[in-house]
Design a protein around this ligand. Structure first.
Ligand code: 5GP
Length: 144
């Protein structure tokens, strides 16, 4: 029993991220939306005029850790992103992006969706790895 509690405590500690502190309002952030499943706040280093991060309140470290039980929270990310895009006046369009692990450029291991907008965002990737198996990829997005 004591072992079980110790394991649970260790799991909780491992799940702790800077973003879970934002969810619990233990550190400051410009929170623009929160409900029982997700939280959205402005990125501290915005890469576009509008740059909001949307996260599940429960820590899912990366997109690689997604399980069927996460579907309600992950679905909510999209409906809230759409709502925030409308609130922010992004009628011309926007980009939703999820980075996964090191190669994907993920910095914080608490799955998050970037909502970027406020003007033309340019090409999707700036430092793309060329893949010899798919030479068209990266040049014109694979279009013929
Ligand atoms: P990633 O590279 O993991 O996809 O994106 C992480 C994002 O979190 C970055 O854009 C970074 O600026 C943002 N970020 C990191 N720490 C904080 C923080 O403490 N507060 C806020 N609001 N954003 C953060």
């Amino acid at each position: 029993m004591a072992d079980e509690r110790a394991n649970e405590a260790a799991d909780e500690a491992a799940d702790e991220t800077i973003f879970s502190k934002i969810v619990r309002r233990e550190i400051e952030a410009d929170v623009v939306y929160q409900d029982d499943l997700v939280t959205a706040f402005r990125d501290i280093r915005p890469q576009a005029p509008v740059h909001i991060l949307l996260i599940p309140n429960e820590v899912i470290p990366t997109a690689d850790d997604v399980k069927p039980k996460h579907e309600p929270a992950l679905g909510r990310l999209f409906t809230v992103a759409k709502q925030l895009a409308e609130q922010e006046g992004l009628s011309g369009g926007y980009r939703l992006m999820v980075n996964c692990k090191d190669d994907g450029g993920q910095e914080v291991y608490h799955l998050h969706m970037h909502l970027l907008g406020g003007g033309p965002l340019g090409p999707m990737l700036c430092g793309a790895v060329r893949d010899e198996r798919h030479p068209a990829a990266g040049a014109n997005g694979g279009r013929a």
